[in-house]
Every structure is written in structure tokens, then in C-alpha cells.
Ligand binder design. Structure first.
Ligand code: C2O
Ligand code: CU
Ligand code: CU
Length: 424
């Protein structure tokens, strides 16, 4: 029998509806009619081929966020699939196990198209990712995003509309419940909101172990009682429900939510079990992956994120995105130090910086070393108003070409808060 050397998926991008509120069909944009898009599980070093068919009346581009991806498959904002056309993306998955996601990236369109439903999870597995951590039905991917639903259940969309998006959806559903056994669970958290940041806590104050960040495992697990994720950031945590009595309800909360529908995200209902013959044999090793070797940067760059109030535009180093312009030329294999400053102290608008293609190390924020869980591997870093963050980026990908870097408040990137680097 023929054995394919790759896993092949088809994604049809089209209008659809989803039952977000029971009994109401909400018009959405969708991959294969699902909301959010289907989850793709890939294996390290085994190619995934995704055939995307655009049935929209608008352009689309699919970007694998966090992926070590050849330029032709990066979903660059101008490298789009026209209405009615199809396109094949190849993801070689030459990278460690990680919780990634794919989303629309068509220039100027991504804010609305991501908001209306064009995103999905993409998980890379390897031998480490399976190593005794809770797996199978005890490994739960969770996508969180806010939405503004009208009284008739339709999504209302508005650029920079975050303060009005008062309902947070978990995998496309508002305030779901999950029955859990008294054992360990691995939760993969992704904040796929356009603009909302979230502070995840367990309502009873319990701690959990963070085992992974944006691009994969941390060198060792870190005990936390809260995890802050800004748009596009990921964290994997292991929660042990064994200490709680059956019948207990534990709320996964967004402590920053201003109303209950933005605060109470997911209720865990603790049930009996797992029982003698099903005992929890999962285990979180004291070390997960080797810590990356520190390399000396050969280039230092400044990246200034700002808001030009007079013209109402967001800028990177004083400029809006111009696809004809290459902002930085980077040597493949080199290590660079980027000093990223958000100068907007007047309007206090937060920004982040996301680099395509690689994972970087966050060194410090305003001179203060960042905590262990925020160091590496990161592909999106938060930059508060008035603050400076330094990252160490090693361009260790085998791929070269032009790749974007941008603010990952999608509403900002879609209005040109984006730049690009050419890796040579
Ligand atoms: Cu998740 Cu260029 O973005
Ligand atoms: Cu990306
Ligand atoms: Cu921004």
C-alpha cells in the first residue's frame, strides 16, 4: 500500500453559521464550516500539506503562527488566495512540540476575518510532548477570544471594538462546563482575541504548573497561580484536580474581565474517579527540555512602537507597513538583540511584537529580568506603554526570505502596524 510522506488536509474558507448562543445561528466565517476552525495535529519532522480553497468574496491568506515555515507557505499579507482560488501550503514541522495556531493574514482584512472565525489550533507533537504528561482526553486545547453578540445573536464587528466585546468564548462556546476526574489535566491555553488580554486564574486560588510557552516546552515546569496571555500568546499548564472533593466546582477565570461573561470562562465540575484500575499515572518531569545555549548578539536593533495621534495611525520605527520595503536585513544563523519600546505614554495603548518564523528569548523589561516562564520560547512579547523590552533572537531556521514582524493586536496590524525582515 502507498504510504504518503505527509499528512494532507483540506480547508475550505467560506461563510457559515455557528450555534454560539443555544438555538441561534450566528453568521461566521469559517474553515470547513466549524467554529473555531478544525484542530490540526502534526508530528515533528513530518510534513503537513494544507490545501486551502477560498470560497469567500474576499482575499484570504493562512498563516501558521509560531511555525518554522518556508516563505512560500508563510501566508504573507500580500501573498493571498484570491476569491475562488485554491492554494497549497506546506508545513515541514521541523520544530519541537508546541501549541501553535493558524489564522487569516490577508492585508487589511485579518482583523475582521479573524474576528469572524478564521482561526484554529495547530499542535506539533514529538516524543517529549507525550512523555508521561496527561494525554488523550486529559489533554485539553482551549481557545479563548472575546466577541460582541447582538441581541439577535449576530456578531457585531467594529475596528478597535474591544471594550464592547463583553463575551468570552471558549472553543467557540460561551461559559461551558467540563466534568473532570480527580487527576491531572494538561490544558493548552491560547488567547486568540483581537485585542483583549486575559489573566487566567483558578477561582479557588489553586496553583498549577506551567510547562510550555508560545513555541514549546519550558526547560522546567514553573508553579503559578495566574497566567497572563495577550493576543496570540500561549501557555500550557498542568492542573491537578486530585486535591478537590467530588462535587466541587472550580472556575477558570479571567481575573481582568469586567463583567461575568468576560470573567467566568470555564467551569470545571470535579467528579469521582479515576478509580483504582484507571489510576492517574501521568507525571510532570522536573526537567522538560534542555535550556537553549545563550549566544552573543552580533547586531543590536531598535524597534519603536508608537501611535501617531495627529494621523490616527500606529507606527513601527515611525513608519506604516509598506510591502515594497524591507526594514531589516538579517543573516540566517545569527543572533540579534532587539530593543522594543512602546513610546505611547499619552494614550497608554499597549502593543506587542510578533516575529514570524522563529522563537526568541525575552531578556528583560525596563531593565528587570523577566521571570523564567516568559523567557523562551516566545514568538510574541508584550510591550506596555512607556516600557522597553529586550529580546534575543537567533535566526536558527533553515529558511530564508521576507517575513513580517508586527504588533499582534490584530486590529493594529491590519491597519499597517507591521514591518518586514529579509533573512539572507
Ligand atoms: Cu499570528 Cu503574523 O501572525
Ligand atoms: Cu506569526
Ligand atoms: Cu499594537
Amino acid at each position: 500500500r502507498l504510504r504518503l510522506d505527509r499528512d494532507v488536509y483540506d480547508l475550505t474558507v467560506d461563510k457559515s453559521t455557528a450555534e454560539i448562543v443555544p438555538g441561534v445561528r450566528t453568521p461566521i466565517l469559517s474553515y470547513n464550516g466549524t467554529f473555531p476552525g478544525p484542530m490540526i495535529v502534526a508530528r515533528r519532522n513530518r510534513t503537513v500539506q494544507v490545501n486551502v480553497h477560498n470560497r469567500l468574496a474576499a482575499d484570504t491568506a493562512v498563516h501558521l503562527h509560531g511555525g518554522n515555515t518556508p516563505q512560500a507557505s508563510d501566508g504573507h499579507p500580500l501573498d493571498v488566495i484570491k476569491p475562488g482560488a485554491s492554494r497549497t501550503y506546506l508545513y515541514p514541522n521541523r520544530q519541537p512540540a508546541a501549541t501553535l495556531w493558524y489564522h487569516d493574514h490577508a492585508h487589511h482584512m485579518e482583523a475582521e476575518q479573524v474576528y469572524r472565525g478564521l482561526s484554529g489550533l495547530y499542535i506539533v507533537e514529538d516524543a517529549v510532548s507525550r512523555f508521561r504528561l496527561p494525554s488523550g482526553k486529559h489533554d485539553i486545547p482551549l481557545m479563548f477570544r472575546d466577541v460582541n453578540l447582538g441581541v439577535d445573536g449576530t456578531m457585531t464587528w467594529e475596528l478597535f471594538g474591544q471594550p464592547n466585546r463583553s463575551t468570552v468564548l471558549v472553543n467557540g462556546v460561551a461559559q461551558p462546563h467540563l466534568t473532570v476526574q480527580r487527576r491531572r489535566y494538561r490544558l493548552r491555553l491560547l488567547n486568540c482575541s483581537n485585542e483583549r488580554s486575559m489573566r487566567f486564574t483558578l477561582g479557588n486560588g489553586a496553583s498549577f504548573l506551567q510547562v510550555a510557552s508560545d513555541g514549546g516546552f519550558l526547560p522546567r515546569p514553573v508553579s503559578r497561580t495566574e497566567v497572563v496571555l495577550w493576543p496570540a500568546e500561549r501557555a500550557e499548564v498542568v492542573v491537578d484536580f486530585a486535591p478537590f472533593k467530588a462535587g466541587t466546582q472550580i472556575m477558570l477565570e479571567n481575573a481582568d474581565g469586567e463583567v461575568d461573561t468576560a470573567k467566568q470562562l470555564l467551569r470545571f465540575d470535579v467528579a469521582e474517579g479515576p478509580g483504582l484500575f484507571n489510576a492517574d499515572t501521568s507525571y510532570v518531569p522536573a526537567t522538560l527540555v534542555p535550556a537553549p545555549a545563550d549566544r552573543k548578539p552580533t547586531v543590536t536593533r531598535k524597534v519603536v512602537l508608537s501611535f501617531d495621534a495627529a494621523n490616527g495611525v500606529f507606527l513601527i520605527n515611525g513608519k506604516q507597513f509598506d510591502p515594497e520595503r524591507v526594514d531589516f536585513t538579517v543573516k540566517r544563523g545569527s543572533t540579534e538583540l532587539w530593543e522594543i519600546t512602546n513610546t505611547d505614554t499619552q494614550f497608554q495603548i499597549p502593543h506587542s511584537l510578533h516575529l514570524h518564523l522563529i522563537q526568541f528569548k525575552v531578556l528583560d523589561r525596563d531593565g528587570v529580568k523577566v521571570p523564567e516562564w516568559e523567557t523562551y520560547p516566545k514568538d510574541t512579547v508584550r510591550v506596555l506603554p512607556g516600557s522597553t523590552v529586550r529580546i534575543l533572537a537567533t535566526f536558527d531556521s533553515e529558511y530564508t526570505g521576507v517575513y513580517p514582524f508586527h504588533c499582534h493586536f490584530v486590529d493594529h496590524s491590519s491597519v499597517a502596524m507591521m514591518a518586514q525582515m529579509r533573512i539572507v
